[in-house]
Design a binder for this molecule. Structure first.
Ligand code: KG4
Ligand code: ZN
Length: 363
């Protein structure tokens, strides 16, 4: 097997245009990682507009690739392959990336590997920490929420997930209900820091049901009701009301994620008692209260807790390049027939998820 592999990665499944160069020798090294976000393009619409996202990807991706190669100090001749997100995601964006990768592969003669975006997230603890298989993963962002037992570069077992909104989406919608800025997660967290989590006790959905499935859409409805009751009683919200609502909401999300993680760990540890490792990824992993809640469960089970740095928790192309290398090592190659998939569950045997969030279909 080739001991050193250097791949270009391309990511365009949602609202980040990204390209990166990753080299794996003994350890993985990120030689460059360029991410161009689109928050300003979509701000006026209150969510990602697929057509605007697709056009922006088509216009920006080649520039991202040029920058990634320049920052790595490499040319196409120094690469061993090209990895590209082939789904799941907003189809126009995925197509932009896949078409670019096909063109580059045809022009350079380099092999191309299509990567599942969720596999990119799920394999990130191996990129950052060299974590051995298997491990339990919680993917928790604006578009995803699922527990995965990661057994190999293309072996994932989904043991639970949201049946409606992803937690980041619930943070964003709640922020909107309280007149706070987007993306809502960091703003709600900042408000919650100054609030009393005990004043409003919101429901903990699905805790009364066995298993690791979750639901977050009812939480924002509860927040809406609490807000409206305050407005009806006192004519508006005080600054402290808003902080307390945020604190109560965040406490409910943290409690649900903590309890469901406890159950997921029990399932995982029964199957893999010799590999006590848990990793979290996705934008919501930035939340201090949630991170601490998850870490507490891991500590109580003597399980190693890993949370990659935020720039690698959120969407990026380094994770795609790395996942591409892992797949390439297993012998995967794609050609001009590689298709772009709006839906692509990591675990094809798990029950299909329902719901379709602001960032496109959940997988
Ligand atoms: O992983 P990400 O960048 O994009 C995808 O959804 O794929 O995650 C963004 C989501 C947003 O919904 C944002 O509000 C949420 O992560 N988020 C947070 C925090 N920082 C970002 N949620 C809660 N607390 C935070 N500190
Ligand atoms: Zn993502």
């Amino acid at each position: 097997m080739q001991s050193s592999l250097t791949f270009l990665g391309i990511e365009s499944s949602c609202d980040d245009s990204a390209a990166a160069v990753v080299r794996v020798e003994k350890h993985a090294e990120i030689l460059s990682s360029v991410v161009e976000g689109q928050v300003n393009l979509h701000a006026a619409f209150g969510g990602v507009v697929p057509e605007i996202a697709a056009r922006a990807h088509a216009e920006r991706l080649d520039g991202c690739v040029e920058r990634a190669l320049a920052e790595a100090g490499l040319g196409f001749g120094d690469l061993d392959g090209i990895a590209v997100t082939a789904g799941p995601g907003l189809i126009g964006g995925v197509l932009s990336g896949v078409m670019l990768a096909k063109g580059l592969a045809a022009g350079t003669g380099l092999p191309m590997v299509g990567v599942n975006h969720l596999a990119g997230h799920a394999l990130t603890p191996r990129l950052t920490d060299g974590l051995e298989f298997p491990y339990l993963m919680l993917l928790v962002s604006g578009g995803h929420c699922q527990f995965l037992i990661v057994e190999g570069p293309d072996q994932f077992r989904r043991i639970g997930g949201t049946i409606d909104d992803a937690p980041g989406e619930a943070f964003d919608k709640s922020a909107k209900l309280l007149g706070l800025a987007q993306p809502g997660g960091p703003v709600v967290e900042a408000e919650a820091r100054l609030g009393d989590p005990g004043r409003f006790v919101f429901p903990r959905p699905l805790l009364d049901r066995p298993g690791c499935d979750m639901s977050f859409s009812g939480l924002k409805t509860a927040l809406l009701r609490a807000r409206d009751a305050l407005v009806a009683a006192q004519g508006g919200l005080t600054v402290q009301d808003r902080r307390d609502l945020c604190a109560g909401f965040q406490a409910a999300v943290a409690a649900v994620l903590q309890e469901k993680t406890r159950r997921a760990l029990a399932i995982y540890l029964a199957a893999a008692p010799d590999h006590p490792a848990f990793a979290v990824a996705g934008g919501v992993a930035a939340n201090g209260t949630i991170r601490a809640a998850l870490e507490t469960v891991c500590d109580s089970h003597a399980v190693r807790f890993l949370a990659p740095p935020l720039r690698l928790c959120t969407d990026n192309a380094a994770m795609i390049a790395f996942a591409g290398i892992e797949r390439f090592r297993l012998g995967h190659r794609d050609d001009a027939t590689l298709s772009s998939r709006p839906r692509w569950p990591l675990d094809e045997t798990a029950a299909a998820m329902i719901g379709s969030g602001k960032k496109g279909p959940k997988a």
